[in-house]
Design a binder for this molecule. Structure first.
Ligand SMILES: Cc1ncc(COP(=O)(O)O)c(C=O)c1O
Length: 349
């Protein structure tokens, strides 16, 4: 039984629908590690086309996509991975970059997780010389997670990639929520990914699958990625059962994203009217809300705890900030309940 009636902790906290489970039951399967699983192959073809890339590989998680992509791009231990200071792969992946990739993260202070070409030019242009760690990858999150679901503008992405490539630095897009950006702006996933050497999309977030991500890039890049997939125990055997859920998500759930964004924005507007909350609803672009608690008696952790007691799960990620992520299992009625619960807690204390 679920502990929380309404779970806004993450968009990974969706329950695969009966129809998705049905599609999984009926999946044709084969040996994925030999390239013989027809359902995985169908998914890879679809995603490579969606992202405008030559080839793709199926992986169990987004974290593995980031780790393998960085590993392929970084050839020497100590190479630099340049990314925003809020990036998931820096903060929430158990030391992935130094521990597994053997590279060094170089965090940038962006705005809502978005940085500019100008901010990274000094690092990239100076990391040349035998006694200096070499910039090897620039990594962006589209959309930004701990930046509050912000969408990188196309011009900023293009400028960052142009600069990186000028200095022979690779570019990587963490597309955990790329499809949210696509749903919001109408810019295609292929256009957003165009200048990137590697890019991935996640199926266990906005598309409601139980597991699965696809990493894409050039044929050479994917050939190399396979080496590290094996090394990290990512050979998946009869993975068609999982790929069927991802295909179901692509075919049936993408169209639900605009409504999910609409309800997120509705909640942001409601919350912004509460005197003990600091939030600019105009800055909420997709399915993530981050707000500051400025209540005299209660911290963000107090709100998280008291909301939990009312069956609503959110994430307090410091003394003042709360993150909420909406998804396929959230309804407009849930939005009203969350708002009422937060108002009640704030007014009763
Ligand atoms: C932006 C971003 N990148 C990567 C990940 C990691 O994905 P996974 O949980 O599939 O490993 C997440 C997970 O929330 C994320 O939000």
């Amino acid at each position: 039984m679920r502990k929380f009636k309404i779970d806004l902790f993450s968009d990974t906290n969706t329950n695969p629908s009966q129809e998705m489970r049905q599609a999984m039951c009926q999946a044709e399967v084969g040996n994925e590690v030999a390239g013989e699983d027809p359902t995985v192959n169908k998914l890879l073809e679809r995603v490579a086309a969606l992202l405008g890339k030559e080839a793709a590989v199926f992986l169990p998680s987004g974290t593995m996509c980031n780790g393998i992509a960085y590993r392929v791009h970084c050839q020497r231990a100590g190479d630099l991975v340049i990314l925003d200071e809020t990036a998931h792969s820096l903060n929430k992946a158990a030391g992935l970059i130094s521990g597994l990739v053997q590279a060094q993260p170089y965090p940038i202070s962006g705005k809502k997780g978005v940085f500019s070409a100008k901010q990274i030019e000094p690092i990239i242009s100076k990391s040349i010389g035998y006694n200096l760690a070499r910039a090897r990858v620039v990594s962006v999150e589209q959309t930004t997670n701990f930046g509050g679901g912000a969408i990188w503008p196309l011009q900023t992405l293009d400028a960052v990639c142009e600069l990186a490539h000028k200095y022979q630095v690779y570019t990587h897009m963490d597309g955990a929520r790329l499809l949210n950006a696509v749903a919001e702006t109408g810019v295609s996933a292929a256009r957003y990914s165009q200048a990137f050497d590697s890019v991935w999309v996640d199926f266990s977030k906005c598309l409601g699958a139980p597991i699965g991500a696809v990493l894409a890039g050039s044929k050479n890049f994917i050939d190399e990625a396979w080496y590290y997939k094996f090394q990290q125990g990512g050979g998946l055997h009869k993975a068609g059962i999982l790929a069927a859920a991802c295909l179901y998500g692509l075919e049936h759930n993408i169209q639900k994203l605009p409504e999910i964004h609409q309800m997120t924005k509705q909640l942001a507007v409601l919350l912004s009217e509460l005197p003990f909350i600091e939030l600019n609803p105009n800055e909420v672009q997709t399915n993530i809300i981050i707000f500051q608690v400025k209540h005299l008696q209660l911290s963000a952790c107090d709100f998280e705890k008291q909301l939990g007691e009312k069956g609503i799960r959110v994430l307090a990620f410091d003394q003042r900030k709360i993150r909420m992520i909406t998804h396929l299992d959230i309804t407009f009625a849930d939005i009203q309940s969350v708002f009422s619960a937060i108002r009640e807690i704030g007014e009763e204390n």
